[in-house]
Design a protein around this ligand. Sequence first.
Ligand code: SF4
Ligand code: SF4
Length: 132
Amino acid sequence: MPFSDLQFIKHLLKVFYEKYPDLGIDLISDIIEETLIGAPNLFFSRELVQDNSDFCVKCGYCCRELECENFNGKSCDDYENRSKVCRDYPFYEIGFETGISLDVQCNYSVKLAEMVLDKCLKVYTDLDSYEV
Ligand code: SF4
Ligand code: SF4
């Protein structure tokens, strides 16, 4: 697993173990891994990413990292004509594989992952309220 993915997962483990300590680190870790690495196509669609574009804080980190010649240090000089990959980011589609880029520097990715994982983990906290 790339180092950047590990940092991303570490951040989420910290967030959700603090939020739902009763679930235990193993269950939280399994769900994070399944959601982000195992089957991200089940959880992150292009529509979901587009519908939450307000998570992008327009920091320019993604463009800076690519050392793109259209990036002027603050914004894109060719914003209207930017490629599909740029329009979709942090969503990706490679063949049949889809998901989101796992970069802890990208607020858009982090907040999307937190939103989706919170829904997944909440199911387990709700189960705890039922007597068996
Ligand atoms: S790094 Fe993420 S939050 Fe920053 S501009 Fe790029 S998509 Fe938006
Ligand atoms: S084309 Fe524009 S949006 Fe795409 S990476 Fe370059 S500067 Fe960023």
